[in-house]
Write a protein of this length. Structure first.
Length: 209
């Protein structure tokens, strides 16, 4: 500020207020448009509608633990739904209930197989409780298509924020987990998780054995 006093120019500085802390902001999420597509592939013995923003990728059984060099129709099968634009993947595994084995290779009796599969899914979900702030359960039930199960939404900075299983209780069991290719941060990943959760709800609603 410039003042004239007695013929002299006097410069007066105006000191600003102390800086105010602002909340940290994340860049606005850019999400790909939903493009309806149908999965009728050879990775898993199921069909469903999905978002073509994802690419189905078969996973070689030899890459899985406890895999035998010999394959049979009762062996598990794996597939990833890869969202390259989001750096995210759904890891999907299909398990014929007739072919469930313990980790040591022993065959599980048929009457116990479904309980063993469900217990393993819950174990994998609840191992994230150390970093989870909450785990919400969403019941999946489509009786007309014999699709029943539970979807788990894990709050906080868990490595996998969404997991699920569905089954017809007799022959088929499908399990899935969502993973991002970055360190988990629930705040920055929330828009992407919500987008992918909606995608999975659509997949499960159209799933056919």
């Amino acid at each position: 500020m410039l003042l004239m006093v007695g013929g002299y120019h006097i410069f007066v500085s105006c000191q600003s207020d102390d800086p105010v802390a602002r909340p940290y902001a994340y860049a606005r999420a850019i999400l790909p448009p939903v493009q309806p597509a149908q999965y009728r592939g050879n990775c898993l013995p199921v069909t469903f509608d999905y978002n073509a923003a994802a690419k189905p990728v078969c996973v070689n059984p030899s890459e899985q633990p406890h895999n035998s060099s010999k394959s049979s129709p009762n062996d598990p099968q794996w597939m990833n739904l890869s969202y390259s634009a989001l750096g995210a993947q759904w890891h999907l595994s299909y398990h014929p209930i007739a072919g469930v084995r313990y980790q040591d290779g022993r065959q599980v009796e048929r009457r116990d197989a479904l309980a063993v599969l469900m217990a393993e899914t819950q174990r994998m979900t609840f191992k994230h409780t150390l970093k989870a702030t909450a785990i919400e359960e969403e019941i999946i039930s489509y009786p007309e298509h014999k699709v029943y199960g539970t979807l788990y939404v894990v709050g906080g900075d868990a490595a996998s924020q969404i997991q699920f299983y569905v089954t017809d209780s007799v022959k088929h069991y499908l399990r899935g987990s969502l993973y991002f290719a970055v360190s988990p941060n629930s705040d920055s990943l929330q828009p992407y998780s919500a987008y992918l959760l909606q995608d999975m709800r659509g997949i499960l609603a159209t799933l056919r054995w």
